[in-house]
Write a protein that binds this ligand. Structure first.
Ligand SMILES: Nc1ncnc2c1ncn2[C@@H]1O[C@H](COP(=O)(O)OP(=O)(O)OP(=O)(O)O)[C@@H](O)[C@H]1O
Ligand SMILES: [Mg+2]
Length: 381
């Protein structure tokens, strides 16, 4: 699998610009964001007043970009500044570095690369490589199918439980106006804690969630509304992974194929980078022969998607699936029985030493961790 998403400050220009502004502030500058054509920030400290150009780029800065800013600083409008700063994401290409070297001890601009906690100034050493991006702050999962009742809420809650058992803290975001997640587990769940296990699951809704919420949670899982347009676009854009639950019954498969296609189409309207995993839920044991027939139809329904979208995957139900179980069924019923009194529990209790949902979700979390490279979130990686 390719690496996970970039740190949030690199996500787009707006995030990057406010990150740069904060870095100047920590160096003692007063910062004003102005976004003029020729410069983006004005920074002042003592008797210095500087214009800052912020470049959010996917490739290194080249000479013409620096020259243009130098030219601006020499115009009348530019002369009100007594210093200039050029700050970028990906470092400086050969032509830009050659120009910086010609300035020697008398730089026309101070050129820097914004890293997570500092600006790396490169005038004295233009050959410094761009910083390796830090580990991403959070990994976002969506659980979404544009169809009701396929197990989105069940999967969201129990996948979180399995990640907690693997040592992660998890935040859930309940995006469904029905608020089933809240009805089922309230504000969160504490799992019994064997050694070295993560802390808890916290539940937010779309109004209480923001990037800084749940500071200690590296994994965020969003229980989506089946009506795609009800899910906030800025959150869907953040999904690194999306689990698409479906069922595996003989008569429904072709119809479900269409539902999955529509689901993928919805997600791709606003998120092109997420890895999408179709997961079979409510799986019932079949004979080998029946399994073969079902799998043929199941895989065939997704062949076309797989060919056109290299981040679309379906999970072979013989490898990982969520089996139909009384425990998950009863867990869901609680929502109707007693919505005012969430029970803050998952269907993970061992009965006679066994628990189907617990095994299945641990397998799913393991599958995601190994197939999707979640290992990079662990400290030891
Ligand atoms: N593997 C399973 N075994 C048994 N029952 C299940 C299983 N998965 C889900 N259910 C039950 O099916 C019902 C629907 O599941 P769930 O509410 O998670 O679906 P959903 O996609 O979130 O629905 P909605 O679109 O209404 O939000 C619930 O009653 C749940 O308990
Ligand atoms: Mg739901």
């Amino acid at each position: 699998m390719p690496p996970l998403s970039e740190p949030s400050f690199l996500k787009d220009f707006v995030h990057f610009e406010s990150h740069v502004a904060e870095l100047f502030q920590t160096e003692g500058w007063t910062v004003e964001i102005v976004n003029q054509v020729s410069y983006d920030l004005i920074v002042t400290k003592d008797n210095q007043i500087g214009a800052v150009q912020v470049k959010w780029l996917k490739s290194p800065v080249q000479k013409p970009q620096l020259s243009k800013f130098v030219d601006f600083l020499e115009t009348q409008a530019g002369r009100k500044f007594n210093c200039g700063f050029f700050i970028t994401t990906q470092g400086y290409g050969g032509s830009a570095r050659a120009l910086i070297r010609t300035w020697g001890d008398n730089p026309k601009l101070l050129c820097g690369i914004a890293a997570q906690n500092e600006i790396i100034w490169i005038n004295d050493n233009p050959d410094v490589p761009p910083p390796t991006p830090p580990k991403p702050d959070k990994i976002y999962f969506g659980v979404f199918t544009c169809k009701g009742g396929v197990g989105k809420t069940t999967i969201t809650a129990h996948l979180a439980g399995a990640f907690v058992l693997q040592g992660f803290n998890v935040a859930l975001v309940d995006l469904d106006p029905e608020r089933n997640l809240h009805k089922l587990i309230g504000d969160g769940v504490y799992l019994p804690k064997p050694q070295n296990v993560g802390e808890s699951i916290e539940v937010y809704d779309k109004d209480t969630w923001d990037e800084d919420a749940a500071r200690d949670c590296k994994i965020v899982i969003c229980d989506c509304s089946p009506a795609f347009e009800r899910n906030p676009e800025d959150l869907v854009k953040k999904f690194d992974y999306c689990i698409i639950p479906t069922t595996f019954n003989p008569l429904g498969i072709n119809k479900h194929g269409q539902v999955i296609k529509d689901t993928v189409k919805d997600i791709r309207k606003i998120n092109k980078h997420a890895h999408l995993f179709v997961l079979v839920n409510n799986f019932r044991q079949t004979t080998n022969r029946q399994m073969k027939i079902l799998k043929n139809v199941f895989f065939e329904a997704y062949e076309e998607l797989k060919e056109t979208d290299d981040k679309f995957h379906y999970i072979d139900p013989e490898e990982v699936c969520i089996r139909s179980s009384d425990q998950l069924y009863y867990w869901g019923i609680h929502c109707l029985e007693n919505p005012e009194n969430p029970r803050s529990e998952l269907a993970f209790k061992l009965i006679g030493g066994k628990c189907k949902p617990r095994e299945d979700f641990i397998d799913l979390a393991y599958y995601i961790e190994t197939k999707a490279g979640l290992g990079i979130l662990r400290n030891e990686s």
